[in-house]
Write a protein that binds this ligand. Structure first.
Ligand code: NAD
Length: 240
């Protein structure tokens, strides 16, 4: 496929990516979805099935695109350090170099609030918190590296920003509710880690999408959002 598109959503067949595609269409934008698998049909979206780690696949999808949302990642539950590194770190480096080659102007990364989490409750934490010196798992380790790479790539003619949700919930959630319900069904919800007052932050999918779209619309020359990371949340965290 050739021509132009306002947005390319990498990971566009995933939970967040599909919602992003659908909201972008509602706002009148032209949309491409790039993913390693196809999970739904929509006549208004141009689908590009490929691997983020393949130069040829990514470059084809980037042609004529103004802004990229990068929300592809292996599942955090996979616990596969090599795969996280390959996709989240090397795949992101490749994406940035190909964005520049293809003349893409903007890149919005879906990062994670876990990049500042070291195992102790954080309440009211702001973006000036340092990255976790001891990330809680290999997934988070690569989300930190990925975010650093994306923010460092911001320049006078390539604008980048990172959005940091924590637990996302809403329609078609494949992670939070199914995993929690699965554990409960297997009788594994009868123990408490800590004193039962651990804080967890959940954000509704539409708010996460809205934050991403606003971030992309604000990216541009001399914009204060360029090269920065933003936490996104509903309001107060809850005890979990
Ligand atoms: P998801 O698993 O539903 O979607 C991720 C998509 O990435 C999938 O469709 C998958 O096929 C695709 N993908 C994986 N490897 C790929 C590759 N090599 N090439 C192309 N596509 C590939 O996950 P999600 O919940 O939609 O998460 C989206 C982003 O949000 C991720 O970056 C994740 O780290 C981040 N995030 C999610 C949550 C959450 O609670 N869901 C919280 C914080 C951050």
């Amino acid at each position: 496929m050739t021509g132009k598109a306002d947005y390319l959503v990498i990971g566009g067949c995933g939970f967040l990516g599909r919602h992003l595609c659908e909201h972008l269409l509602q706002r009148g934008y032209s949309v491409r979805a790039f993913d390693i698998r196809k999970t739904f049909d929509n006549d208004k979206i141009d689908f590009y099935i490929g691997d983020l780690c393949s130069e040829e696949d990514v470059l084809t999808a980037l042609e004529g695109v103004t802004c990229v949302f990068h929300c592809a990642s292996p599942s955090p539950l996979s616990n596969n350090r090599a795969l996280f590194h390959k996709v989240n770190v090397e795949g992101t480096k490749l994406l940035i170099s190909l964005c520049k080659k293809a003349g893409v102007k903007k890149l919005v990364l879906t990062s994670s609030a876990s990049v500042v989490y070291e195992g102790n409750n954080i309440q009211g934490g702001k973006e000036d918190l340092p990255y976790a010196a001891k990330p809680i798992d290999p997934y988070t380790e690569t989300k930190i590296l990925q975010e650093q790479i994306v923010l460092a790539a911001n320049s006078s003619d390539f604008y980048t920003v990172a959005v940091r949700p924590h637990g996302i919930f809403g329609p078609r959630d494949p992670h939070l509710v199914p995993t929690t319900a699965g554990l409960a069904r297997r009788g594994k919800f009868k123990y408490i880690i800590g004193d039962g007052k651990n804080l967890v932050d959940f954000t509704y999918i539409d708010n996460v999408v809205h934050g991403h779209i606003l971030a992309s619309e604000k990216l541009g020359k001399d914009s204060p959002v360029c090269g920065k990371a933003y936490h996104i949340t509903n309001d107060e965290p809850i005890y979990f």
